[in-house]
Ligand binder design. Structure first.
Ligand code: B12
Ligand code: SF4
Length: 471
């Protein structure tokens, strides 16, 4: 039997991620166990010590871009202790495979299930495997790891992508037991990917298209979760749950028919353009407690720059008003500091949030990050602000605005001086504190987060700011 240890590289200080679950390794565990017919035994672990104790034959590390440096450090330490092949996967590898560090024996691009199984079965004969990136030294060990060239590029081989799995329903159900017991809240993905291509977003380059699990499969998963655990809420984490209205109707009907909406409620993400009256009513009937949509900016120019299928800010306001009237709790996300954003644009966004403060239960305010796989990465790289040998933790997502660190943030907007931007971050942090960690949010959260998980969440919410903005 082959032993595989899977671990997620995380920022130890990031309580938010610590009290969450990474569905990637869980999906891989289920698939590898089923398809290898027990030949591969997967251990999902959380610490380096646990990996060492397992004495695995292979190690897999999952990470997002801001944790890629942590993944490299973890792999280096494990390699020195265990001398076994180490692979890396997740959205960072999909977006920037050329950044594969020589400590890794291969990186997995995009969907992981089929590629990883083939890789584990064929290693070290991996040259022909679709959907991987590797260094020559792996297939020709005598060559040794290559150092980056003068411009910081490694000698990497990026193989063509693998076609996505056609029938998502053919995938085994993920085993969420350990995770639900720990965090008291299951995440469910009913789709993979997103058909839109918003200019700032990494999801399209990772999944390259949109696929759905069938309504029957989705509802079976919901039913199994309710049967297995004492839960009050299920979080659908799809990029856009409401995309296919016919499918949404079917899911809601099945949930309704089986009385599942009497046992738990749900939350999900949607888009402004998809929240028509019928969808709002469907979400209500399906017992969706809260919905989040990305508005990004109150300026039409910025919305057009950022969003695929842009909308008028008036429509966003309508969606908030109608949804709140129907009794849905609304969360909205915004991007600030985007290249091209003027002070007037940001002022408009601030006012929009202020105006809607009492209606929203959550305002996620994200300082813009030039993510790999988007046009903004190339632009920032040309200016020397980002690159393959950078400190990846500087691409940290500060959606929890009180943690914004003005000394580490990479500001890429040339239309507004950084000092002016910081003044707005200060003002928006006040709004964030009022809305996103205010009374209403805590009240809603305590309806679905288990009492065991609540203290960790609250500690995170109360943790202090990391930098002084207006020095
Ligand atoms: C759910 C979710 C969360 C949840 C759960 C997180 C998680 N997965 O860790 C929460 C809320 C906690 C979260 C947190 C964050 N998230 Co998030 N999240 C998502 C979301 C919506 C879905 C991820 C998911 O569960 N997919 C389902 C599983 C099955 O897919 P998967 O994880 O990609 O795994 C597959 C492959 O990637 C691969 N794979 C993954 N790992 C490995 C490892 C090995 C060894 C191998 C072989 C293969 C492999 O195989 C898997 C099966 O096919 C994505 C957007 C998206 N649609 O992908 C954003 C996304 C991944 N998140 C993002 C970000 C920025 C964050 C945060 C930094 C945000 C923050 N405020 O701090 C944190 C970081 C957390 C972390 N893990 O370090 C960005 C990442 C961008 C980037 N380039 O790095 C994304 C892409 C959103 C976006 N549109 O930009 N997130
Ligand atoms: S921002 Fe949302 S709608 Fe736009 S591409 Fe990303 S996931 Fe899709």
């Amino acid at each position: 039997m082959t032993k595989l240890a899977l671990i997620t590289a995380l920022d130890e200080a990031d309580v938010y991620s610590r009290v969450a679950v990474n569905l990637g390794p869980i999906a891989l565990e289920a698939y590898l166990s089923q398809r290898s017919k027990g030949r591969i035994k997967t251990f999902i672990v959380e610490t380096e010590t646990e990996v060492v104790a397992i004495k695995p034959d292979f190690i897999g590390i999952s990470c997002v871009t801001e944790n890629y440096g942590r993944a490299i450090a973890l792999a280096s330490s494990l390699k020195a202790k265990l001398h076994v092949p180490i692979f890396v996967g997740g959205v960072h590898m999909s977006a920037l495979p050329e950044s594969l560090d020589p400590v890794f024996d291969a990186g997995i691009i995009g969907e992981g299930e089929e590629t990883f199984l083939e890789l584990l079965e064929k290693f070290p004969k991996i040259e022909g495997i679709k959907g991987i990136v590797f260094h020559k030294h792996v297939v020709a060990p005598f060559m040794g790891p290559k150092a980056p060239d003068k411009s910081g590029n490694y000698d990497v081989h990026i193989n063509p992508r693998r076609l996505p799995i056609k029938e998502l329903d053919s995938l085994p159900m993920p085993n969420l037991k350990k995770w639900v017991e720990r965090i008291g809240l299951p995440y469910v993905m009913t789709t993979r990917g997103c058909p839109y291509k918003c200019s700032f977003c990494s999801s399209p380059v990772h999944w390259c298209g949109y696929r759905e699990f069938s309504p029957e499969r989705v509802v079976s998963e919901v039913e199994a979760l309710i049967g297995d655990f004492n839960i009050r809420h299920i979080r659908f984490f799809d990029d856009v749950l409401t995309l296919n209205k016919k499918r949404l109707k079917k899911i809601v009907s099945l949930i309704d028919e089986r009385g599942l909406n009497k046992k738990v409620n749900f939350s999900c993400f949607s888009r402004v353009g998809l929240m028509d009256q019928e969808t709002i009513a469907l979400l209500k009937r399906g017992m969706v407690d809260f919905v989040s949509v990305g508005i990004e900016s109150a300026s039409s120019e910025m919305i057009s720059l950022l969003k695929d299928k842009p909308f008028k800010i008036k429509s966003a306001q309508n969606v908030i008003d109608r949804s709140v009237k129907e009794g849905l709790n609304m969360g909205c996300s915004f991007l600030i500091g985007t290249p091209g954003e003027t002070e007037a644009d940001l002022e408009a966004t601030c006012r929009f949030i202020e105006k809607n403060g009492d209606k929203l239960f959550e305002a996620e305010i994200n300082p813009f990050v030039p993510r790999p796989g988007t046009p903004y990465w190339g632009q920032a790289a040309k200016r020397g602000l980002v690159g393959l040998n950078m400190d990846w933790s500087r691409l940290k997502d500060y959606s929890f605005l009180p943690h914004f660190d003005p000394d580490r943030y990479i500001y890429v907007n040339e239309k507004m001086p950084y000092k002016v931007f910081l003044k707005y971050v200060e003002r928006l942090t006040g709004l964030f504190n009022k809305i996103s960690i205010g009374k209403k949010k805590i009240e809603i959260m305590s309806r679905y987060i288990s009492p065991a998980q609540m203290p960790a969440k609250l500690t995170y919410y109360k943790s202090p700011r990391r930098g002084d903005l207006l020095r």
